[in-house]
Design a protein around this ligand. Structure first.
Ligand code: PGA
Length: 264
């Protein structure tokens, strides 16, 4: 596990975007696992900036998004499909045929649909780099607390906390989806490399529990302790409840000296 701590969310967004850009440059046919949420708005803004400045080619990149609200068509302004178009896909030369986001409009046969999403990921050789945010309750994707660590893409009921957290992006009075289709924790753990981005004091407790707490399904992100290549990118506020910050910073210094490829 590597932990990169920076002063604020602007610096963290630059580090995250640089990491993704470097990965795409190294492997133009890379498969990226992508996330949505307020944290990712800044990350994608920086990525678009870097990609334009450096004429980075995304035409061969394949993407799989973590999740989508059940009941929202891709055209709905609050769908994650709309979020991805607005914040990333419409700004760079992605090939629409290589973009995958769970379909929020499916009805019935959920298991079959979710198995086909998993099969699509496997058919391109799996996810090379999975980007994650984290919920205040420690969720990754929409894997709410008590999700099985073996879970694969599936239908998931959202907690009322998550529904409340996401309420702001919906118009007053608009019905907020109670369920989602999400990659499972098992799906995420199969990715070759994982980068989790967290900023702000509201994430400090979830970050400390995920990194230094017990491995428990009560904190979905604690499952990442089982993965051999995870990098946490956190600002000072999100790192505030960690007890080993000085050690993580020394690990980072030595990594830069001995195995710098892990940081690019
Ligand atoms: P946020 O969402 O970036 O909007 O805080 C993260 C998440 O819930 O995964």
């Amino acid at each position: 596990m590597l932990l990169v701590e920076k002063r604020d969310k602007a610096e963290i967004a630059r580090v995250a975007a640089r990491l993704i850009a470097s990965a795409v440059r190294r492997k133009p046919t890379i498969t990226l696992g992508l996330a949505t949420g307020g944290t990712m708005v800044n990350v994608y803004r920086e990525l678009v900036k870097i990609a334009r400045e450096e004429s980075l080619d995304f035409s061969q990149v394949t993407t799989f998004n973590l999740d989508e609200y059940l009941g929202l068509p891709a055209s709905h302004p609050q769908s994650f499909a709309s979020f991805m178009r607005a914040n990333l896909f419409s700004h760079l030369n992605f090939d629409p045929k290589k973009i995958h986001i769970p379909d929020g409009t499916i009805r019935g046969n959920y298991d079959q649909y979710c198995a086909s999403y998993e099969a699509a990921i496997q058919s391109v050789g799996g996810i090379d780099l999975q980007l994650l945010g984290i919920g205040r309750n420690g969720h990754i994707g929409f894997n709410e607390p008590m999700s099985s660590f073996g879970s694969m893409t599936r239908l998931k009921v959202l907690t009322s906390d998550t529904v409340q957290d996401n309420k702001n992006s919906f118009a007053p009075g608009e019905e907020i989806p109670c369920c989602a289709i999400t990659m499972g924790i098992g799906t995420i753990l199969k990715s070759k490399k994982i980068v989790l981005v967290a900023t702000g004091a509201s994430k400090a407790s979830a970050i400390a529990k995920s990194i230094e707490g017990s491995i428990t399904s009560a904190v979905s992100a604690s499952a990442l302790q089982l993965h051999p290549d995870v990098t946490f990118l956190v600002d000072q506020a999100a790192a505030a409840e960690l007890t080993q910050r000085e050690y993580y910073s020394r690990v980072l210094e030595m990594t830069a000296l001995l195995t710098p490829e892990r940081l690019s």
